[in-house]
Design a protein around this ligand. Sequence first.
Ligand code: SF4
Length: 350
Amino acid sequence: MMVARSITTVDELVAAGLISAGEEASAAAVAEHYAIAVTPAMTDLIDPSDPHDPIAAQFVPTAAELVRTEEERDDPIGDRPFTPLPGIVHRYPDRVLLKVVHVCPVYCRFCFRREMVGPQGDGTLTAEQLAAALDYIRANTGIWEVILTGGDPLVLSPRRLADIMRQLATIPHVKIVRIHSRVPVVDPEKIDAAMIDALKQGGKTVYVALHANHPRELSQAARKACARLVDAGILMVSQTVLLKGVNDEVTVLEDLMRAFVENRIKPYYLHHPDLAPGTGHFRMSITEGQALVRALRARLSGLCIPAYILDIPGGHGKVEISERALTGDPDGGYCVTDPQGKTHPYPVKK
Ligand code: SF4
């Protein structure tokens, strides 16, 4: 039977059988710094008797998070240098991130913005900050696409989302609104008629980029939530983080990509995990990631293949990390070329 509400404390993790009494102290040490949340839908998918459950691995804190390596950093993809005012990240000329909220329905243990999200994080934009962020978008006529992210924008009420969508609709140069979310998977019932109506306010072309990492996440309820979005004319793409212990087998990735396509979601990004603090246990090497993507290509049609992406540490942008994008020694460190043609070192874990 599904639990009634989200698990947000170590005591609740113990009570649900998701950690043992022996793991309590380390989970509490992690929780001092990083938020915990596991929604009923995700708790329901976890097999507590499996110590390697791929859903638990994504949401249940472990002692491994207490290990911070030299190459890890608080702002791994370099949002802050590209933040001209609260809520805006303007890294590329034709698009901005609009980070309206810094809370999420679940807290992923590998999160690249883990220093910014959660109750202790950067919070929700005030009405004045949101107005200033929208003025910034209005004034920068080269902005073609606005990416609502955070945090998870779909934790907002339909009323607040509708208001934001209506305001974006008044900006003629903004043609696309993309919303990055885990909600259709982790809290599928939230994708109801009111939410869909909110997303359609103003009539811009709307994409939802669904974050899911394991085929089990695409439960029947999640599939129905995605169908409600797509049936309403909202386009969907996927984003997946390549995670050791979750989806580092080609058959798992294959099932996930097929499930996306079957549910009318175009596989878009497969992210190499970022250098977020305490996440080294999730990272495989880029060479291993490339081998997995090669194996995936051998099994699937092009429709099912996402771009394998590295966000260059320091805010230098995203690059597709096919073999030709990297130079250097896979054992000693790579050089990676950014979208402007400049090269940057990328450290490897020894
Ligand atoms: S939903 Fe996204 S922003 Fe929120 S914790 Fe997970 S990865 Fe981070």
